[in-house]
Design a protein around this ligand. Structure first.
Ligand SMILES: *Cc1c(COP(=O)(O)O)cnc(C)c1O
Length: 383
């Protein structure tokens, strides 16, 4: 397409940030020298300490990825039976329950930030319910007090999928301090990444010790295996990479924020398109930039917008569509019925995450706005 708003090379929804190669090879030469490659080596210990300090959480255990962190977290807290969770998330949230032989019970989301709706949780509780598994969707803090009140009243374990919420603080306090524990993901698409990686944040030494045994086959020492654990260890290369990423995280988040603020300012004038605004007391990480397209007010469906942007070389992603409750593995559960999840379905039909990553040039934000403005109401940005 010859439009001035067309990107020359494809712009994807994200592009992983990487530390300078020289810093990385220097880190690698340390590993080559030590021959310590995994099993709680020096890089692993340093990365755990550095994260603990940066995030303001005393107990953190590193994992090979976020999914294994979640699977192990459920084991560590001995969650069984039924767990109430959200259909509006990445597949791994519910899959972690399935891998623990736990029945997921889907509850609808609230319209503000697309979080598990606290008002709808109690009516889904049964004698088999042992836990709640909400998500800080897109990194915006979920209604943590409301969840905790319910968890306390019914004696439920409260685990957070905080895969999107790296570094997010509320009134200066990490969002990872809530509930019984939280998991993070350091996947390549996340705000801080180690190619693949993850972590569990818990709140006492005893729980961390159990988590650390479980991620290493259940070994407590050379000869004692205390539980049927798994191998979910983060290796020294990933830990070293994590340390370098952490060094560059502040400017990376600042770059995301500048882009997000420009998106918010520009998109405000387009009828039928809305976006999320971080709450005033929140230090948000700008992990994603979802927009919601009201097909009637805008004049085109979300899928039409998605295709239209692609024709200009801009590739958004429909996070989260389809809903987890629509996957073949789960769609026959009674709680997965569309009538039980009207808000989640509405949001899944409207959402499109726009490109955002630290190295994205501002001109692309402006192009995307120009394309969306011209396309709305049946216009055209081409030519
Ligand atoms: C990325 C993600 C995960 C899984 O993390 P991995 O590190 O990719 O295994 C879990 N939950 C949510 C909400 C995610 O976005």
């Amino acid at each position: 397409m010859s439009s001035p708003f067309c990107a020359q090379a494809p712009i994807l929804v994200t592009r992983p940030f990487l530390p300078p190669l020289e810093e990385t090879t220097k880190m690698l030469s340390g590993i080559w020298e030590s021959r310590c490659l995994t099993n709680n080596g020096p890089m692993h210990q340093q990365f755990e300490q550095a994260l603990s300090a940066y995030l303001g959480v005393p107990y953190i255990s590193l994992f090979a990825n976020g999914t294994l962190a979640l699977v192990t977290a459920l084991q560590a807290l001995r969650v069984t039976g039924e767990v109430i969770t959200t259909p509006y998330s990445f597949a791994a949230t519910t899959h972690a329950l399935w891998w623990n032989n736990i029945k997921p019970v889907f509850v609808d989301i609230e319209p503000g930030y697309c979080h598990l709706d606290p008002e709808r949780i109690e009516s889904a509780i049964t004698p088999q319910t042992t836990g709640l598994l909400p998500v800080h969707v897109y990194g915006h803090p979920a209604p943590v007090e409301a969840y905790q009140t319910i968890a306390d009243r019914y004696g439920l374990t409260l685990l957070y999928d905080a895969a999107h919420a790296f570094g997010v603080r509320q009134q200066g306090i990490s969002v990872l301090t809530h509930g019984d524990l939280s998991i993070l993901s350091f996947h390549a698409t996340k705000v801080l990444h180690t190619f693949e990686g993850g972590a569990i944040i818990c709140h006492d030494k005893r729980t961390k010790t159990r988590i650390d045994f479980l991620k290493n086959f259940g070994f407590a020492d050379e000869t004692v295996v205390v539980a049927p654990g798994i191998n979910a260890k983060l290796n020294e290369f990933q830990a070293g990479l994590g340390l370098l990423q952490l060094k560059h995280i502040e400017p990376a988040i600042a770059a995301r924020r500048a882009l997000a603020e420009r998106y918010r300012a520009l998109l405000a004038d387009i009828p039928g398109i809305s976006c999320l605004h971080p709450a005033p007391e929140v230090d948000y990480n700008e992990a994603y930039f979802p927009i919601f397209i009201d097909a009637v007010a805008y004049g085109h469906s979300r899928d039409a917008v998605y295709e239209h942007l692609k024709s200009y070389n801009y590739f958004g992603r429909r996070y989260f569509y389809p809903l987890i409750a629509s996957f073949s593995a789960y769609r026959n559960l009674p709680s997965a019925a569309p009538a039980n999840l009207p808000m989640a379905h509405a949001k899944a039909e409207q959402v499109l995450c726009l490109p955002i990553y630290p190295e994205l040039e501002m001109v692309h934000v402006e192009n995307i706005e120009a394309i969306l403005a011209a396309f709305g109401g049946g216009g055209s940005a081409s030519g």
